[in-house]
Design a protein around this ligand. Structure first.
Ligand code: PEP
Length: 251
């Protein structure tokens, strides 16, 4: 049985002060009972991580970062390594968000290195994948996600997979208000699970959580999360409102 997971990706939003207030709101909205049936992660900006670690201590909410560099250390000015994140400590890191694939030219091969370096430093990973509108309209969506999963995660062994969650985020649904229908999401999630079975094995495929991301709101979360292969959500905009985020967790 896969436990549900709802993860909030704050992106480049909030300063230290407003971020702290939002975190406090979240802590008062999310009740102990909510965490019995659903894991909750918060992926905050780098600047917030140390303070958030202290505030989240004992709350049961997992703290994550939104990116790490693919090399261990060295002359990469302005970058943050997996080792640095682990020393905060944070528990998890997002890898391969479509905004980083698009704006920072992150390829599947670089992302594969990021996954490796994150796991080596004891971090859990949420690996994001998903097609653009053009790719979907061209009928290429199954092939695109297959390449993203195989080239980004094809090198993992069964033990690695126990630390990895994947998140299907169709680019056309992120921050656009357009959600994939529950059926559209389910068919890609099912395909992704079959790919994990091919890469690893059936047990790994059955145990791996596959999140959906793309304009999830309290009003559409139940239908999406009710599908057989959708194990929760990666939430952008709605994670910046404590009430909406809690509504999605309860869905
Ligand atoms: C995201 O950025 O991962 C995301 C899913 O954003 P939104 O929920 O705003 O579409």
């Amino acid at each position: 049985m896969r436990k549900r997971l709802v993860a909030g990706n704050w992106k480049m939003n909030t300063d230290m002060n407003s971020g702290y207030l939002l975190l406090k709101d979240l802590l008062s909205e999310i009740k102990e009972d909510d965490l019995k049936s659903c894991d909750v992660h918060v992926y905050a900006p780098f600047t917030h991580l140390k303070v958030f670690h202290n505030s989240l201590n004992g709350s049961g909410i997992v703290l994550g970062a939104q990116n790490c560099h693919h090399k261990d250390s060295g002359a990469y000015t302005g970058e943050v390594s997996a080792e640095m994140l682990a020393s905060v400590p944070v528990q998890s890191v997002l890898v391969g968000h479509s905004e980083r694939r698009e704006y920072c030219n992150e390829t599947n091969e670089i992302l594969a290195e990021k996954v490796t370096v994150a796991l080596r430093n004891g971090l859990d990973v949420i690996y994001c994948f998903g097609e653009t509108l053009e790719q979907r309209e061209g009928g290429d969506h199954f092939a695109v996600v297959e390449t993203q999963i195989k080239n980004g995660l094809g090198h993992l062994n069964a033990e690695d997979w126990s630390k990895v969650t994947i998140a299907y985020e169709p680019v056309w649904a992120i921050g656009t208000g357009k959600t994939a229908s529950a059926e559209q999401a389910q068919e890609i999630h099912k395909h992704a699970r079959t790919l994990i079975k091919q890469i690893a094995n059936e047990t790994v495929a059955n145990n791996t959580r596959i999140l959906y991301g793309g304009s999830v709101k309290p009003g559409n979360a139940s239908e999406l999360f009710g599908m057989a292969d959708i194990d929760g959500g990666l939430i952008g905009g709605a994670a910046l409102d404590a009430n909406s985020f809690a509504g999605i967790i309860r869905a």
